[in-house]
Design a binder for this molecule. Sequence first.
Ligand code: ADP
Ligand code: MG
Ligand code: ZN
Length: 478
Amino acid sequence: MSREYETVIGLEVHVELATKTKIFCGCSTQFGGEVNTHTCPVCTGMPGSLPVLNKQVVEYAIAVGLATNCEITRYGKFDRKNYFYPDNPQNYQISQLYLPICRNGKVEIETEKGGKKYVGIHEIHMEEDAGKLIHDEWGDVSLVDYNRSGVPLIEIVSEPDMRSAEEVIAYLEKLRMFIRYLGASDCKLQEGSMRADVNLSVRPVGEEKFGTRTEMKNLNSFTSITHAIENERERQIDILESGGSVIQETRRFDDNKGESYAMRSKEDAQDYRYFPDPDLIPVQISEEWIEEIRSRQPEFRPEKMARYAKEYGIPEYDIGIITDSRHMADLFEEASRLCGQPKKVSNWLMVETLRLLKEKNMDAEDIRISPQHLASLVELTEKKVINSSVAKEVFEQMFEDDTDPVRYVEEKGLKQETDSGAIRAICEQVIADNPQSVADYKAGKEKAIGFLVGQTMKAAKGKADPGTVNSLLKELLG
Ligand code: ADP
Ligand code: MG
Ligand code: ZN
């Protein structure tokens, strides 16, 4: 009978920071520019060029470190990690080995069983990204694009504290929430602004010593991370059960085939000849600077959710969706404050906003509607200046370009007809034009009234209140 095994997982997570410029030069970090246009002598590794540290990178790293309960290193350094590769034009990467900026943190996660546990953070360090090689279209040559070279990264190294794929996902989601709330990165796995390397070993239940681990790189979705973990766990157990031993190596998991293969083993591990970068001065971080960053930390999602449950009478489901994005949460709070109708504001976010985001394949972060305009729309419908179907039309326009709903309604003449004499006249005309429906209604077919309401709304160009029309028609039909 086979033994029971426990999975042990530690993650190395790279996050591309949302600074405007690169870590050691003034080049743009914008994604997707014409190849090799966001470059200069520094980020293409020209001899004699000198790096200058981007202060915003340090601020983001400290902010992430504070959110994850790390100690901030007051005196830090950058080190050169030497290796040759064509996407690395200096022949070394500037990183931090000896004195990383953050250490000894922890992140609370919820476990599958509904409990809570901490995942330790070993360290967070700052480093530069490499360029990109393009092999695809060319049979015999490879091309290199240095636009990404020098884009700032932080690497968050966890302790081997996770025990299942669920815990790994919970941890990644928590990190992503902190980093997005801080505006430090959009953390998109598919686009590579967040990348997770999974270190995994297994050990018989009860055994204290860790097993030999493997590392899986380039997993770009939560699903493929989950598959890779399950697959690798089984592979290692099979090896141990058949009397073999796991080799410490880097493996690549192919989610299409559902299997992994070895990329390189520890024996070929390179000696990176790390040494302090002589071109960069040590980073000194003062207490005041840390306190200043601490005072600017936002309210994060768990605290926000608890507060919303107390302050606004909206369902837990709505709270979950709204606080998933800090941008949406800010929009919700400010619009609610302005119009005093949180449930109405939430409805616009839950129904029309989510529908349009999905339809246009957008992120909540990309919502352009201002709280002022959303609050005005709520007021326009509350005061019955416009009816709900016109409001939807107005909302679609606001979603496009943050149109002012008051002006739009005015300009397009969308105000509800409030002159009851005018509505009555239209109703009378509709009754006169539709004798069959009138007869049906009088013969007891309740449904016929719906048709007449529809005809009246159409004649009023949608600008009447359907409820009013309904009762007026009934009154007229006696
Ligand atoms: P290296 O120096 O080879 O990169 P580290 O000690 O920095 O190794 O660990 C890298 C990652 O691997 C960390 O996230 C750590 O938690 C994880 N790790 C280390 N040992 C194990 C193990 N036996 N099983 C699973 N994960 C491990
Ligand atoms: Mg490492
Ligand atoms: Zn540059």
